[in-house]
Design a binder for this molecule. Structure first.
Ligand SMILES: NC(=O)c1ccc[n+]([C@@H]2O[C@H](COP(=O)([O-])OP(=O)(O)OC[C@H]3O[C@@H](n4cnc5c(N)ncnc54)[C@H](OP(=O)(O)O)[C@@H]3O)[C@@H](O)[C@H]2O)c1
Length: 308
């Protein structure tokens, strides 16, 4: 493994984060202005009180509402938090200067300067990894972000981003990708191993498979909205996974969700489960601070090996 740089060391020390996509998104997550805000605020407070202080948002979540809500919460708490947000490569954004302008917008909504991690949300056919990373490097040099990450980057694009930043003496801090018991692509395509080798923190999004790994959904009781149809075939394959998670959870006096999140931690990644209320935030925080056994990891690996 490459030595972890001093600038990115804090990210390797974080075991569990909190995702804030739900905070403002109506399409997938059914956010209702006003109505949903109390639960979200309580999720934020609970997470910080449980020691979960790395919070992931993006300029596009709720068209800026997630960043605004987070900014408001941060202003009203004494507790320290680490904030990660993301640049979206919209088709009209073609230059490195657009990265800087977008980050300034995020900082204004968040009421912060700098953020702890600035990530490019998706690769773009219109903006090369080199151009985006040159923009990111300017953001670091201007003191607008402490560190730089990518998201949804496969190995070859990630290496291009890594090299571009390295030429400017800046480490690539992270790659945020989908990773859960129901999506183990990063293990199978070598991305997780490559990240470990290069000292890049793999941040696991949708670590609860958007709620499927909590045990509360089934083919008879699918998740509401778009998730129900998206996950119809996965829901059929779910029962043996939930059964194995229940067994392991019981061994440790934990819940199914906590066991699912713990498996991600045991694999060496940083899960950032989304939470809409205090109960979810509290439960998710309990996914950290313990380790399942190697046999338990092997059982979950076996049960999920062919699922996708
Ligand atoms: N970089 C990217 O492209 C990208 C893509 C997706 C997500 N993300 C990031 O990753 C974060 C997490 O991913 P995600 O939100 O897609 O999925 P997730 O964390 O796997 O699932 C979150 C959802 O599961 C349910 N849930 C969470 N904890 C629960 C608990 N303890 N008990 C019962 N239900 C619980 C909630 O929905 P219900 O209550 O409605 O079931 C919640 O909204 C996002 O918030 C975002 O920050 C990034």
């Amino acid at each position: 493994m490459n030595e972890i740089s001093n600038e990115t060391r804090f990210l390797h020390a974080v075991e569990m984060g909190l995702g804030a996509w739900q905070w403002g998104d109506r399409v997938i997550w059914g956010y209702k202005p006003g109505e949903s805000d109390k639960g979200i605020r309580e999720a934020f407070d609970m997470s910080l009180s449980m020691g979960v202080r790395f919070i992931d948002t993006a300029e596009v979540y709720g068209s800026g509402r997630s960043e605004r809500l987070l900014g408001q919460f941060l202003k009203e708490t004494e507790q320290p938090a680490l904030v990660a947000t993301k640049f979206f490569p919209m088709p009209w954004r073609l230059t490195k200067g657009s990265v800087l302008r977008a980050l300034r917008g995020s900082l204004e909504r968040l009421g912060l300067e700098p953020v702890d991690l600035y990530q490019v949300h998706w690769p773009s056919p219109l903006m090369s990894p080199e151009t985006v990373m040159e923009g990111m490097a300017i953001c670091v040099k201007e003191g607008l972000t402490r560190t730089v990450g990518v998201s949804n980057f496969g190995e070859s694009r990630m290496l291009r981003a890594y090299s571009t930043l390295a030429q400017q003496g800046i480490p690539l801090a992270s790659n945020q990708v989908p990773y859960s018991l129901l999506n183990r692509d990063v293990e199978k395509n070598g991305l997780l191993a490559r990240c470990k080798e290069l000292g890049i923190r793999l941040i696991a999004y949708s670590p609860l498979a958007q709620g499927l790994l909590t045990g509360k959904y089934s083919i008879e009781n699918p998740p509401p909205g778009l998730r129900g149809s998206t996950y119809a075939s996965l829901l059929r394959k779910l029962p043996p996974v939930i059964k194995a998670l229940q067994e392991i959870a019981q061994n440790h006096s934990k819940s199914v969700s906590q066991a699912a999140l713990n498996w991600v931690i045991c694999k060496g990644a940083l899960p950032i489960p989304g939470a809409k209320n205090a109960a979810q935030a509290e439960e998710n925080a309990g996914g950290a601070g313990w380790r399942m056994s190697d046999d338990e990891i092997a059982l979950l690996d076996k049960v999920t090996d062919t699922i996708r």
